[in-house]
Design a protein around this ligand. Structure first.
Ligand SMILES: Cc1ncc(C[n+]2csc(CCOP(=O)(O)OP(=O)(O)O)c2C)c(N)n1
Ligand SMILES: [Mg+2]
Length: 329
């Protein structure tokens, strides 16, 4: 597919993919040093599907993530400072340092947030889409969830309801083949998650998640369908996570053959695959593409400096922003 995108948009796709990769490289480093509390799930290897999907949206569209979603607001155009400060648990973070890696939200780009309860983002996205429909706005809601989440009851309830009410939602399954150490072949007998779409009366599309442009095209079609009142679509991106389920697991669980991991890292890296297409099909000079990495590195360093210079939240702020009607301390 030769995307009909202006050169600046293509370079912006590369910039956002590089931002996610390098932001998360820095996050892993900080996590190793003990500066990022809690678990840290990274999206190395999945940047193509994230950016392809996010760039199909408008800034005011909604987006819901899961436990592996710091890259997703970046894909939608978020600035890095507030996200890095959030991982570092500082008060300048997007959730004032109280969400952290697994529960951050960035309303500046329509990111309603992550959730660590696997599958629970699906009904949340349906609710956001219902809100948009009731307001009469033409916003859509994009939900990212994994192959593991597709086996949860919330998948059925959320997608069925969105289909029946023809809600403006897009359900993007990031099928990276595993739920922690469980291969998808042992959690479902269906060949593709997207094959379930017609059972709900909606389309289901399978795409190569390592191709940012293929994902962009499929999600753009799904967004058009959603915005024009025709209802939701399931888009399934076949992808792979290059790192452990969470950073610093500290042991090799042995559930993925080393050769499989190596094959994806070497030959199916979405950033490298896109770089080759920019060079050969779109004839963008290598120097212009490769300059992006250095610029992004500077942005990431600035975000880390900003976060580390920022204060931690005060204990007295513990309940602020946590409940709609805060409990008296
Ligand atoms: C309801 C629920 N069950 C189990 C877990 C533990 N858990 C955390 S992440 C995860 C795997 C999720 O797999 P998938 O949806 O494929 O996402 P991926 O991690 O592969 O991106 C599990 C089982 C949880 N957080 N919530
Ligand atoms: Mg998975």
């Amino acid at each position: 597919m030769k995307a009909n995108l202006p050169r600046q948009e293509l370079l912006e796709m590369m910039r956002r993919m590089q931002r996610i990769r390098r932001f998360e490289d820095a996050a892993i480093d900080l996590h190793k040093k003990g500066r990022v509390p809690g678990a840290l799930h990274t999206s190395h290897g999945q940047e193509g599907e994230i950016v392809g999907a996010c760039m199909s949206l408008r800034l005011d569209d909604y987006m819901v993530g899961n436990h592996r979603s710091h890259g997703h607001p970046i894909g939608k155009g978020a600035k890095l400072r507030g996200l890095m400060a959030e991982l570092l648990a500082r008060k300048t973070g997007v959730c004032a340092g109280k969400g952290g890696s697994m529960h951050l939200a960035d309303f500046s780009v329509g990111s309603l947030g992550e959730t660590s309860i696997v599958g629970s983002g699906i009904p949340v996205a349906a609710g956001a889409a219902l809100g948009a429909k009731m307001k009469g706005s033409d916003q859509v809601a994009l939900c990212f969830f994994g192959d593991g989440a597709a086996q949860e009851g919330a998948f059925h309830e959320g997608i069925n309801m969105a289909a029946v009410w023809r809600l403006p939602a897009i359900f993007l399954c990031e099928n990276n083949g595993y739920a922690v150490s469980t291969p998808i072949s042992t959690s479902t007998l269906t060949q593709n998650i997207a094959d379930r779409g017609p059972a709900y009366g909606i389309p289901g599309v399978v795409v190569d998640g390592q191709s940012v442009l293929e994902v962009y095209e499929a999600v753009t079609n799904a967004v058009h369908r959603a915005r024009s009142g025709q209802g939701p679509t399931i888009v399934e991106a076949k992808t792979y996570r290059f790192m452990d389920h969470t950073a610093n697991m500290g042991r090799d669980l042995g559930y993925r053959p080393a050769a499989e991991v190596e094959e994806w890292r070497t030959n199916r890296d979405p950033i490298e695959l896109f770089r080759r297409r920019l060079l050969s099909e779109f004839e963008i000079p290598a120097a212009e593409i490769d300059a992006i990495a250095g610029e992004v590195d500077a942005e990431v360093r600035d975000a880390v400096d900003f976060g580390e210079r920022s204060a931690f939240p005060e204990p007295a702020e513990a309940w602020t922003d946590v409940y709609a009607a805060p409990i008296e301390a």
